[in-house]
Design a protein around this ligand. Structure first.
Ligand code: SAM
Length: 228
């Protein structure tokens, strides 16, 4: 009989955010597929879980899907986790889940932490309709994506690295206008967590005034036409 592929979200900073069920499932499976075995070892040690780990990251994802499917067909129970947050959301996962469905293998996705949803609900911007855009390309295609974002009437979720945040905010001012409301959610669930919210011009001014920006960042942009 085939095993089951479990998709398990892990904390995005605060280890207390692991769910009881996530820990139970990881204790029960035969093997845990993870992006970086060193990163995941820290979490598993914290939880007192000792399991074989196999690496599954964006550079070997295509090749490793076949291995995972074979193991599932041999009856192994497999948990797929990423370094932080929910697998498949700007992280490996989609290819394995798709193939499991194609092969008739049961997939069980657990709910849990995701930086995108945590930032969205903390942004004070409409959560009823939103578009997840992940990371924008740094060069080729960026302008087109920014133009599409400027026209989008749903709330937009973007990931950004700290060293590119000022540039992204400048792009938002240029394409969406100075008055567009944005919320920059930084270091969510961690010690120095903050949400800086206001007009694109004000938020750009705030970050431009900072000598350096560190940590992990989600940017929420209000939809075209939104006012408050
Ligand atoms: N799959 C993950 C999830 O569901 O949260 C996201 C993985 S993506 C490779 C990593 C990006 O998520 C970071 O560059 C940052 O934009 C965002 N991120 C992750 N943890 C965060 C945190 N604690 N606070 C703010 N943003 C975070």
């Amino acid at each position: 009989m085939n095993g089951t592929l479990y998709i398990i979200p892990t904390p995005i900073g605060n280890l207390g955010d692991i769910t009881r069920r996530a820990a139970e499932v990881m204790s029960m499976v035969d093997v845990i597929a993870c992006e970086d075995t060193r990163t995941s070892s820290v979490l598993l040690r914290h939880l007192g879980i000792s399991k074989p780990l196999v690496s599954f990251h964006q550079h070997n994802e295509h090749r490793k899907v076949a291995d995972l499917i074979q193991r599932l067909k041999n009856g192994e129970q497999i948990a797929l986790i990423s370094d932080a947050g929910t697998p498949g959301i700007s992280d490996p996962g989609f290819l394995a889940v798709r193939q499991a469905h194609i092969e008739g293998i049961q997939v069980i996705a657990l709910p849990g932490p995701s930086a995108a949803i945590t930032a969205l609900v903390g942004s004070g911007l409409p959560c009823d309709r939103f578009a997840y855009e992940g990371f924008l390309p740094p060069k080729k295609g960026r302008k087109t994506r920014m133009q599409q974002i400027a026209m989008e009437d749903r709330t937009i979720i973007l990931f950004e690295s700290p060293h590119r945040i000022k540039r992204l905010l400048a792009d938002i001012v240029e394409h969406c206008g100075e008055g567009r409301i944005v919320a920059v959610a930084r270091e969510l669930t961690k010690k120095f967590e903050e949400i800086v919210r206001g007009s694109a011009a004000d938020v750009l001014r705030e970050f431009s005034g900072r000598e350096s920006v560190k940590g992990e960042i989600v940017v929420i942009i209000s939809g075209n036409g939104y006012t408050e």
